[in-house]
Design a binder for this molecule. Structure first.
Ligand SMILES: *Cc1c(COP(=O)(O)O)cnc(C)c1O
Length: 364
């Protein structure tokens, strides 16, 4: 195997268990469980005490059902025209952020004769998902057709829960409570109230309500290393490691330029290694020498540009590496997803979710 992702399911379980004392934990497994593999992660999270699963897309929810997972599942990013009938037949909870989507879900319910389980999503200041200007119209619709659905949840998503200042999140919570009060006054009675993502779960215990939606923390990564510290500061265990083989090991001279554009230049006579993973595998093309591989107890930084299927690392003079050896791109003792994020001007979320499906996943 030229390269593989290793996922430590015991780490996933430990991360979930850390929060399982909270009201209820919904494990967020969208985007192929943040690149870790949907079904193995969902199964491990449920075993560790998560009682719900959350995904963005309907097809992700259907994949959970196809694998025989019967736990409650919500899909919250279903655009108009989605196959809501299929969602209802598969017992998938749906989010309602607009009149149009609400009407389509209720229409589908009539066709298949199944009462939808819905979660009303409120925009409390992120100005992305959730109902905002249509609030009155949507509430009116929900009150008028109250017998046609089951209101399972009432929810929102925070824009800035990773920031040290609490003011924006406090404001969002105030708006949320106002809307919840209005909904209850209109006769709606949602059973589950959920707002907190990983950052809010950690930073704002006062926002937990009856369920938290744990995404990045499930995978052992920090929601924001600059404001909240890294995995170990937060007591989380990263679940993903990545290994690839060295295709070639060779000597270059001081001044030799490496790779496309000649942007990486050897500062001394050294040994380079060609690693069989590139940007088509999800290794960021823009990554610089703050990332690389770990081999034989040493860090070997990237040198030159990452190519489509390969990248080159500086193994150092006198390296004992040989062609065919595995090197670790992400590992507990070497470079982390946070290092790759810093080296590529992005966040750990983007590093792990973009590891391509052509890289096989192995499970511990
Ligand atoms: C992705 C997502 C989450 C999880 O966010 P993390 O920052 O990864 O914890 C929670 N809720 C919604 C609606 C999401 O889209």
């Amino acid at each position: 195997m030229r390269a593989y992702v290793e996922v430590d399911l015991a780490a996933i379980k430990a991360n979930i268990q850390k929060f399982a004392k909270d009201p209820e934990v919904l494990a967020v497994v969208k985007a192929d469980a943040y690149g870790h593999g949907l079904i193995p992660v969902a199964t491990a999270a449920l075993e560790a005490g998560a009682s719900w699963l959350g995904v963005a897309l309907l097809e992700e929810a259907l994949a959970l059902r196809a694998a025989g997972i019967t736990a409650p599942v919500i899909a919250w990013l279903t655009p108009p025209g989605e196959n809501f009938a299929q969602a209802l037949k598969s017992q998938i909870d749906l989010s309602v952020p607009s009149v149009k989507i609400c009407e389509e879900i209720l229409d589908a319910a009539h066709r298949v004769g199944i009462k939808p389980r819905i979660h009303l999503e409120v925009d409390t200041g992120m100005h992305r998902g959730g109902v905002l200007d249509e609030w009155d119209a949507l509430l009116e619709l929900l009150v008028a057709r109250k017998s046609e659905y089951e209101l399972v949840g009432f929810w929102t998503h925070f824009a800035r829960a990773d920031e040290p200042s609490e003011s924006y999140t406090e404001l969002a919570l105030t708006v949320f409570e106002e809307k919840l009060t209005l909904a209850r006054a209109a006769g709606l009675a949602p059973a589950i109230i959920h707002c907190a993502n990983s950052a809010a779960t950690i930073n704002f215990p006062g926002s937990h309500r009856t369920m938290v939606r744990l995404g990045i923390a499930t995978y052992g990564l920090s929601p924001d290393v600059t404001t909240m510290g890294n995995s170990s500061d937060l007591g989380l265990t990263p679940a993903m490691s990545i290994y690839a083989k060295l295709q070639l090991v060779k000597s270059v001279r001081k001044g030799d330029a490496i790779g496309y554009g000649g942007v990486g230049v050897a500062t001394q006579d050294t040994t380079i290694g060609v690693v069989v993973m590139g940007y088509s595998d999800g290794i960021p093309r823009g990554a610089d020498s703050r990332a690389g591989v770990y081999h034989d107890g040493k860090r070997a930084p990237l040198i030159g540009r990452v190519s489509m299927d390969q990248c080159v690392v500086d193994l150092g003079p006198g390296s004992r590496a040989s062609a065919g050896d595995y090197v670790a791109l992400i590992s507990a003792d070497g470079y982390t997803a946070d290092d790759w994020a810093a080296a590529s001007n992005t966040i750990n979320y983007e590093i792990v979710t973009r590891i391509a499906t052509r890289v096989p996943r192995k499970y511990l």
